[in-house]
Every structure is written in structure tokens, then in C-alpha cells.
Design a protein around this ligand. Structure first.
Ligand code: ADP
Length: 174
């Protein structure tokens, strides 16, 4: 039976996580970028990019739309799959929260389809895409808590102290 996944918080680097699937805060090109995306391709090796290129040549010719997710191999990373999702760029004028929530739901759906039981997420959109960390943490935690999934554990991997504090605040206060 599906439940909402148990949430754990870990400070550190997502590329070092021994989980079934790690989620990449990718961009729509799927062809790599900075931040966590750069780290995943660097540490995971060229196999990940090769699969991303194949996705672009096939079903995702126009790129992966914001809020959606797709899986590839994890290459040399200590995980089985990388689930690439495209977070929304933060906007002051437009509420894009539903798209950010969709990243978590879609990533969990894809991971569960693959048979993943443990899934690690970074703080999607909270880096270069500019989403305020407290709000990014709220959406992440609320969305996982309200999603029924065969995934048993969602591990938020927080790269710096500020991110860790924001997620801890959400997990413990609500
Ligand atoms: P986005 O473009 O979606 O904002 P970023 O990669 O710029 O994605 O940032 C998302 C979050 O991931 C930020 O909080 C950033 O500090 C964090 N981050 C960067 N590198 C890593 C890593 N190796 N492991 C986990 N989190 C990371």
C-alpha cells in the first residue's frame, strides 16, 4: 500500500548518496549546467549525458518541460538512477509554486515506476533559479507529505547550512 514517504534530512553533497535514485535540478535542455547539475554530470561521468542526448534526440526534442521529470542511468554515482527534473525560475510577479510542487510529484512518480525505494532530492530551484530557500523548503516538504508513493524514503540533501536550517524548520514545525 502506498503511504507518504518518510522524510530525512542530510547535510552534504547529493552525488555521494547511496540511494536508489537521486534527483537532478536540471534545465530544460537536459544537456548539463551549473550547480547540482554540473556536480552530477562531473561525478557521474559521460554515460548520463549520453542518455540525456538520446532523450533530446527522441521524445524530448523540444527539451524537458518545467515541472516534469525523466530518468537516466546514474553512471558512476552510487545510485541506480538520476531523475532529472526542471524547476521553475523564481518570479516575483507570477506564482509558480504549482510547477515546483510538480517537480517533486513527477520525480517521485518516475522513481516509483522504476522501483526506487529511496530517493534523494536537492533544494530544486533554490540555487541559480532564485527561489527563496524558506519557501522552496515549504513546498518541497508539503508536497512530499501529501504524496502517496511506493517510495519509502525521501532524503533531502542540503548543500549548505542555510538550506539545512530551512528544511529542518519545515519538517519540525509543521
Ligand atoms: P536550480 O537551477 O534549480 O536553482 P541549482 O543547482 O543552482 O539548481 O541549486 C539547487 C540547490 O542545490 C541549491 O540549494 C544549491 O546550493 C544546491 N546544490 C548545489 N550543488 C549541490 C550538490 N552537489 N548536492 C546537493 N545540493 C547541491
Amino acid at each position: 500500500m502506498a503511504h507518504s514517504p518518510k522524510i530525512t534530512l542530510v547535510p552534504g553533497d547529493i552525488t555521494e548518496q547511496h540511494v536508489d535514485a537521486i534527483v537532478n535540478a536540471a534545465n530544460s535542455s537536459l544537456l548539463g549546467g551549473g550547480g547540482v547539475d554540473g556536480a552530477i554530470h562531473r561525478r557521474g561521468g559521460p554515460e548520463i549525458l549520453a542518455e540525456c542526448r538520446a532523450l533530446r534526440a527522441g521524445h524530448y526534442g523540444g527539451g524537458l518541460p518545467t515541472g516534469r521529470a525523466v530518468a537516466t542511468t546514474a553512471g558512476r554515482l552510487p545510485a541506480r538512477w538520476v531523475v532529472h527534473t526542471v524547476g521553475p525560475v523564481w518570479s516575483r510577479d507570477e506564482d509558480r509554486s504549482e510547477l515546483l510542487a510538480s517537480c517533486y510529484r513527477e520525480s517521485l512518480r518516475i522513481a516509483a515506476e522504476l522501483g526506487a525505494r529511496t530517493v534523494a532530492f536537492p533544494a530544486v530551484s533554490a540555487g541559480v533559479y532564485g527561489w527563496p530557500m524558506e519557501d522552496a523548503a515549504r513546498i518541497a516538504v508539503e508536497t512530499v507529505r501529501s504524496t502517496q508513493s511506493a517510495v519509502e524514503e525521501v532524503r533531502f540533501v542540503l548543500f549548505d547550512e542555510r538550506a539545512y536550517r530551512a528544511f529542518a524548520e519545515q519538517v519540525h514545525s509543521s
